[in-house]
Design a protein around this ligand. Structure first.
Ligand SMILES: Cc1cc2nc3c(=O)[nH]c(=O)nc-3n(C[C@H](O)[C@H](O)[C@H](O)COP(=O)(O)OP(=O)(O)OC[C@H]3O[C@@H](n4cnc5c(N)ncnc54)[C@H](O)[C@@H]3O)c2cc1C
Length: 311
């Protein structure tokens, strides 16, 4: 049984989430192939080949894949699937993976599974439904099994120890319905929310811009990424890309601070796998107090200021 993992990479390097998808694949089979696609992505392919448990790497390194458009990635995945004869194709639950996976499933006329959190058997998987409120066990009869993998649910394999061969992959891009036009990226020297070891997140309890400015200062002081709730994104207090939750990012840092966050199920769905959760809220009945490791009943902004002064 061969499992094909579609790497999550930014052309220059392999993201750690790929190693989590490899870990998920290894729970099914020892024969794990990885497709690295992009342009100028040889180093990412070599990083994939060095990963523990990877037996073969396909490299689709062409200008058409430079921007990782999901249509193009799906075509590359189809070519790698044909070459590998894989029984399973695993994408990372990233922006690209979530968009490319259904396109591959559509091309093949197959059903697909999203956001797999655990593998119970080669045809049986666990995934959260109802905003993370229920963990469903799902059996599929699809061949191949096509799925996205939630990276925070699987401990990544080691980045070293593998000696897989890297093979070039030919892709014929049949679809002409897509073209890259432009991209506007928010460049930041702050830790990436998805991979940060510490996250300080703020909700409506931070009240206004001043509260968020204090949160930013604390984040800088402890090298943390800033997270937020949808409520404050909707209010324009925090940028879209900081939203954690069902319709935001799924994170699992070592430390997650929730300042002035009520703990709505849709927010908790995005951070409940964090190793240590600390909540600060002035309401003793706040639902977040039910699921956190440490809590403080206090004013959020005042607590941030005091923490900052002590650090
Ligand atoms: C389909 C759908 C998808 C959604 N997706 C997401 C998502 O991805 N992410 C997300 O976050 N939300 C999401 N939501 C919204 C979610 O339901 C909640 O509305 C939101 O998470 C609440 O944000 P909040 O905790 O900042 O605000 P509130 O729920 O208003 O909570 C504010 C908290 O701050 C506390 N507080 C007030 N003042 C202070 C103070 N001075 N000091 C300390 N504490 C204070 C209050 O006691 C309260 O607990 C979604 C909703 C829907 C319907």
């Amino acid at each position: 049984m061969t499992i094909l993992v579609i790497a999550d990479n930014d052309n220059a390097s392999l993201r750690a989430s790929t190693r989590s998808a490899v870990a998920a694949a290894r729970t099914i089979s020892g024969d794990v192939h990885v497709l690295v696609c992009g342009s100028g992505c040889q180093a990412a392919a070599e990083a994939a080949a060095a990963c523990e448990g990877v037996s073969r790497v396909y490299l689709a390194d062409v200008p058409q894949l430079a921007h990782q458009l999901p249509e193009a990635v799906a075509e590359a995945a189809a070519a790698a699937l044909e070459k590998s004869g894989a029984s399973h194709v695993f994408f990372v639950s990233s922006t690209t993976g979530k968009a490319a996976m259904p396109r591959l499933a559509g091309m093949l006329g197959k059903s697909a599974l999203t956001d797999v959190c655990a593998v119970a058997a080669p045809d049986t998987f666990k995934r959260y439904i109802y905003a993370g409120g229920v963990l469903a066990t799902v059996r599929t009869s699809a061949v191949p099994v096509i799925a996205t993998i939630r990276p925070t649910a699987f401990a990544a394999v080691e980045p070293a120890g593998g000696t897989a061969a890297v093979e070039p992959l030919d892709v014929s891009f049949k679809s002409r319905a897509f073209a890259f036009v432009s991209e506007e990226a928010q460049l930041s020297d702050k830790p990436d929310l998805l991979t940060a070891r510490r996250v300080v997140a703020g909700g409506r309890g931070l009240i206004d811009e001043t509260g968020f400015a204090e949160l930013e200062k604390l984040a800088d002081k402890i090298g943390a990424a800033v997270g937020s709730t949808r409520a404050v994104v909707d209010m324009g207090l925090a940028p879209n890309e900081t939203q954690v939750g069902q319709t935001g990012k799924i994170v699992a840092p070592e430390l997650y601070f929730a300042f002035g966050i009520s703990g709505a199920i849709q927010h908790v769905a995005g951070m409940k796998d964090s190793k240590v959760i600390v909540a600060v809220n002035k309401d003793p009945e706040a639902p977040i107090f039910e699921m956190c490791d440490y809590y403080l009943e206090a004013d959020a902004v005042e607590t941030i200021k005091q923490l900052e002064a002590k650090l």
